[in-house]
Design a protein around this ligand. Structure first.
Ligand code: IPD
Ligand code: CA
Ligand code: CA
Length: 270
């Protein structure tokens, strides 16, 4: 099945949603926050962007299902017809504080495998896109992951889940270990852009736990089509749940998995 037409439609739709986000940034962002949890905001712009995406997808792909973060879709990631998996505004905390780093993520998933992925950064006008077996591109030009060989030379990113105030594993211990073994770890607050940045070589690796399918589905495909790897914490390619994702240029993947596996027992570098 050729999904190139679906890719182009998804890019158009992501750009339309992007105009809504750009128009609201930063003035109206702060005034419309509702908290889904203590540190988990949603704004009117999240829902406005999702409404546009969902209604346009329903018109363009009436036979496909939709899973969207703010509830505008109709399904879970179960077996069945192809499903669009949508994060209409990733980085809502950034958005709500006027921090210009947000993305829109759209993936078409068939039997838990993403076949189309689009990540659009509306504030930098960067479009990261991939179709299965067709390579990955940024603004229409092919991209590849970095060539960094070793973790000690790697530039990494991570994030912290919304239950980080109370969760026993809030990722800070792992952060400590990666900070000691790499060139740096960024926490820029938009997982979809972290994945896009691994794909285009701005980052060499990324890990995060307790994400959701809408945070990772498009990024998994874009990273893989750019020559990188995306797995769960033990190296299985089945990582679309977002429970634990490790994405990298492939070369440093085994070292990242080892640090994650060793956890508190990981030896400190000399
Ligand atoms: C969040 C961002 C953030 C990550 C959180 C996500 P949202 O998504 O991707 O970087 O650390 O875990 O939930 O809520 O802004 O769409
Ligand atoms: Ca998200
Ligand atoms: Ca979101």
């Amino acid at each position: 099945m050729d999904y190139s037409a679906a890719l182009h439609t998804a890019i158009d739709i992501s750009h339309e949603a992007g105009t809504i986000i750009r128009a609201a940034f930063p003035e109206t962002a702060l005034s419309t926050i509702v908290r889904k949890g203590p540190v988990n905001p949603v704004t009117d712009t999240d829902t406005a962007a999702e409404d546009v995406i969902v209604s346009r997808l329903r018109t363009a792909f009436p036979a496909y299902r939709i899973l969207a973060e703010e509830g505008g879709g109709d399904d879970a990631l179960s077996a069945g017809p192809p499903i669009w998996v949508i994060d209409p505004l990733d980085g809502t905390n950034n958005f709500a504080h006027g921090f210009p780093h947000v993305g829109i993520s759209m993936a078409l998933v068939v039997d838990r495998e993403p076949v189309v992925g689009v990540i659009y950064d509306p504030l930098r006008n960067e479009t990261f896109a991939a179709v299965a077996n067709g390579g990955a591109a940024r603004n229409g030009r092919l991209i590849r992951v970095s060539q960094v060989e070793w973790l000690e030379d790697a530039f990494l990113a991570t994030g912290f889940a919304y239950d980080r105030r109370t969760a026993i594993d809030n990722n800070t211990e792992r952060l400590d270990h990666f900070l000691r073994r790499s060139q740096g770890v960024r926490r820029a607050g938009a997982a979809v852009l972290d994945l896009a940045y691994v794909a285009c070589g701005r980052l060499d690796g990324f890990w995060e736990l307790r994400l959701n399918p809408w945070d990772v589905a498009a990024g998994i495909l874009i990273v893989r089509e750019a020559g990188g790897w995306a797995t769960n914490a033990v190296g299985s390619p089945d990582c679309i749940s977002g429970d634990f994702i490790v994405a990298s240029n492939g070369r440093i993947h085994a070292e990242m998995l080892r640090v994650i596996r060793e956890g508190a027992e990981a030896p400190r570098p000399e």
